[in-house]
Structures are given as C-alpha cells and as structure tokens.
Ligand binder design. Structure first.
Ligand code: FES
Ligand code: FES
Length: 161
C-alpha cells in the first residue's frame, strides 16, 4: 500500500510520520509513545482513545492518521503532567474519580472539550458530555463530581489551559 508522509502537531510538538492510508490516529499516537491514549475497543464504543483534534473531541480509533495531516492533537499528557497537573487532572485525582485509570485520559479530554465551551455545566450536561466514555470501576458518580469540581477550580482561577 502507498505510504504518505504526514505532519502532526501533538501536544505542541511537530511530528512527521510516513504511513499507509489504513493506519488509525490511535495507532500512530501509541507508536509515537503517547501511551496515555488508551486502546480500549478500537471501534468507537469506549472513549478510552479520546483526544482533541483541532480542539474537537474525537475517538482516535475512528480517525485515520491521514485525516489528521496538518492538524493539532491534544492528549491528556499534553494537558498537564504529574509535576504540573491541569486543574481537571487534579480534580479527578482529588475526588476519587481515578480507580484503575484506564478510562481516565479519555474522560479528562471529554471534560476539557466540555468545559472549553460550557464552563458551568449542569449534572445532566456533564453526564451527556461523558456519555461516550465507559468506566468499569467508578459507577460514574465520582467522575461527575470530578468534572463539576474541575469547573469550580477553573472558575476560581485555575489555569484552563
Ligand atoms: S478505543 Fe476508541 S472508542 Fe474505544
Ligand atoms: S477508573 Fe477503571 S475504567 Fe474508569
């Protein structure tokens, strides 16, 4: 199959990769070491692979890498680090919303996408925003609380990054 060289801006860093047309963005991100992007179902059902593509939430398993050529990608590790966590990440940690952690990066990106457009969401809006993200551990109550807490922290002056 023909290969093409594409350019991706991932967490602010330019990357160039050559690949055939059938490779997903999820595969490329993981191969490049962005293992915070989780591989759950590879068919759009779980949200574990969610990233922001030009600011819009997508399941990276459903995007072909070629479609992301020239575009900006943000993953959870680009939002903040252990040393400098984003308020969303701190809120998840502080409310007990992280158990096994497998769903967490995708949940955090869904939260970022929500709070970017709706800084003060209702519980219903939070539940709707994370409805594409499956969590097997928490029963969702702590995650809903984490999103609400993140909104409060950002409104209170935390960096919304
Ligand atoms: S791995 Fe992409 S939605 Fe499940
Ligand atoms: S914390 Fe384990 S799947 Fe959500």
């Amino acid at each position: 199959m023909d290969e093409r060289t594409i350019r991706l801006k991932i967490n602010g860093r330019e990357r160039e990769v050559s690949l055939p047309p059938n490779v997903t963005l999820l595969r490329v991100l993981r191969d490049l070491g962005y293992v915070d992007v989780k591989n759950g179902c590879e068919k759009g059902d779980c949200g574990a692979c969610a990233v922001l593509l030009d600011g819009k939430l997508v399941n990276s398993c459903l995007v072909l890498a070629w479609q992301a050529d020239g575009r900006e990608i943000l993953t959870a590790s680009g939002l903040g680090s252990i040393e400098h966590p984003h308020p969303i990440q701190e809120a998840f940690a502080d409310t007990g919303a992280v158990q096994c952690g497998y769903c967490t990066p995708g949940m955090i990106m869904a939260t970022k996408a929500l709070l970017d457009v709706n800084p003060d969401p209702s519980e219903e809006e939070i539940r709707e925003a994370i409805s594409g993200n499956l969590c097997r551990c928490t029963g969702y109550a702590q995650i809903v609380e984490a999103v609400a807490e993140a909104a409060r922290r950002i409104a209170g002056g935390g960096d919304s990054g």
